[in-house]
Structure formats: C-alpha cells, structure tokens
Design a binder for this molecule. Structure first.
Ligand code: CP
Length: 314
C-alpha cells in the first residue's frame, strides 16, 4: 500500500509543493467542508505546541473529522514504558491519520514505517517541520507573488531550528539566495550548507544583524533560540538575546519585505515591529490552517480536483 505520510518536505517535488499550495488556496476561499466526515485525526504531541496542534485540530474540525490525542505524554502509557512503536500501533487502531510531534529526530520517519495509517510529522527534534514549511511557502507566495529568485534571510537559531532546515530543503526548487545570520554557536549545520552546494543554492553567512545586512531582503525569517535543545544552559544564556529585530531597522528595507517567524517568539522581535505593515507572522500562523487542511486531505488521497469541485458548491 502507498505510504502517504508527510515526514519530510524533501520527498515533495516542485509540482507537488505547488499542487498543495493551490489546494491551500482553495481552503482559504472556503475553510469549512465535509471532506473528512467520519474520519478520526489523532494528534500526539510529545512536545509542547500552540499553533501546530491547534491549527491541525482546527483543520480537522473544519473538514468534518473528529480529533483524539494528547498534549502531554506524561498522561499516556508511554510514561509506564510503552514504546513509540506500540503507541503508534495502538493509535492506528483508532485513527485514520496520526499527526505527531516528538523530541527525537527521526521519530516521524520511524512511526511512518510501522504505522498502517499516514503519519504527519509535526516536528521531530531539531530535524524537520514540513507542515510549517508548507504554510511558510504559502505565506511567501501570497506576499511576494512568487517563490522564485528571492533573497531569504534566516536569522537566529539556525542550528536547532527545524523550521529553517525544512524551508531550506523546500526552497531548492525555486532558486533562492540565502543569507544565514547566526552567532558561531548557532550556525547552520554543515549538512545543510553541503545540501546548498550540491543543489546550486547560493548562500552567505553573517554574524552581524544590522540594517545594512538586511537591506536587500525579500523575506526576513526570524527564529527563537531553542532553549529546550541546549544541554548547557549557560551557553543558552550567552546567545539567547543575540539578535533583536527593532522597528527602526526596517526603515530602509525593501517595500516588498515581509517578516516571518514560525513563533513562538521570545525576545527576537520587539513589539514595536508588530504594527509595521512588513510584519507578517500572525497572518503566517493563520495560513497554517489552510496549509494543514490541504495536508490532511492529501495524506488521505483527496485530490485537488475533488477540493475544487467542493469549492464550486459555495
Ligand atoms: N511554529 C510552531 O511549530 O509553533 P508551535 O510550537 O506553537 O506549534
């Protein structure tokens, strides 16, 4: 049987990404449908979440599915020693899709190999966050009118930030120029820089985060320093406030610039940026609903034509 899981965005071709973005656009026109009537979506969150879990659950509800799951593994039998495999096998008895966030890199891949139902990776450690990437791409497309030939600046925790890792993999189809802005401790891992070289993606690295450095940005993608990934909390304290975007820094940026952030933010975007028309992070999170409706449909084999036919029923 075909495995329709979404484990990594790297498995999606350019055509598949554009197809899912078109589907997301249909859901933005009409979020409430009956496409998943009778289905059960399980959300298994072994790590905290606000947006990813709630937007997946909202997507499921808006499509007519019912939702089961947990937000804290301590209240499940994994706290008694049940393995991930057994948990996944059990939940597969009850649900048609499993949306899972786990602290271990590779957990979603493993789950997809043992589960008889599709797995959607809602973030695995510092590795990947493909559904976030779909909403990021949708946000970029909506604000720039294209995904091609953009200057994308990734700022902050590029070592542990799974959203930037996923975004980088997806953008290989669209000829971006990346600027990686990070302190030494949080630089983009070598494997992703190697990926850029192998795929002909131009990138530059910076340690300074100044108005001059970001002058040519189309997308400024801010990230939080991921406290939960540090083994040495002293090191976290040293780097946690290394870059703070302030409104004043945006004065001479490009008119089309949009500021994205997967959220939650801590200190890396000052509150005075929120009212700047270039700030797009709250709308970005809203786009997550439409992108995740598309993902839920796709992993169940519901096609764009079926979604479009449903839109006609407006
Ligand atoms: N962007 C994101 O993954 O947010 P949550 O951790 O709140 O789900």
């Amino acid at each position: 049987m075909e495995n329709r899981s979404l484990v990594t965005i790297a498995s999606h071709t350019k055509e598949k990404i554009l197809y899912l973005l078109e589907m997301a656009k249909e859901f933005e026109k009409k979020p409430n449908r009956h496409l998943l009537d009778g289905k059960i979506v399980a959300t298994l969150f072994f790590e905290p979440s606000t947006r990813t879990r709630l937007s997946f659950e909202t997507a499921a509800n808006r499509l007519g599915a019912k939702v089961i799951g947990f937000t804290d593994p301590k209240v499940t039998s994994s706290s008694k020693g049940e393995t991930l495999k057994d948990t996944i096998m059990m939940v597969s008895n009850y649900a048609d899709i499993i949306v899972m966030r786990h602290f271990l890199e590779g957990a979603a891949r493993y789950a997809s190999e043992v589960a008889p139902v599709p797995i959607v990776n809602a973030g695995d450690g510092a590795n990947q966050h493909p559904s976030q990437t779909m909403l990021d791409l949708y946000s970029i497309y909506k604000t720039q009118g294209t995904l091609e030939n953009l200057n994308i600046y990734l700022v902050g925790d590029l070592k542990y930030g799974r959203t930037v890792h996923s975004l980088l993999l997806a953008m290989r189809h669209f000829n971006p120029t990346f600027h990686f802005i990070a302190p030494d401790e949080l630089r983009m891992p070598d494997e992703y820089k190697l990926f850029c070289k192998e795929n002909g993606i131009h990138f530059e690295e910076h340690k300074e985060f100044t108005e001059e450095i970001i002058a040519d940005a189309d997308i400024l993608y801010m990230t939080r320093v991921q406290r939960e990934r540090f083994t040495d909390l002293m090191e976290y304290e040293r780097v946690k406030d290394v870059y703070i975007l302030r409104n004043k820094m945006l004065e001479h940026t490009r008119p089309n610039l949009r500021i994205l952030h997967p959220l939650p933010r801590v200190n890396e975007i000052a509150y005075d940026v929120d009212d700047n028309p270039k700030a797009y992070y709250f709308q970005q999170a809203k786009n997550g609903l439409y992108a995740r409706e598309a993902i839920l449909c796709d992993v169940l084999g519901i096609t764009l034509d079926e979604v479009k036919a449903d839109t006609e029923k407006l």
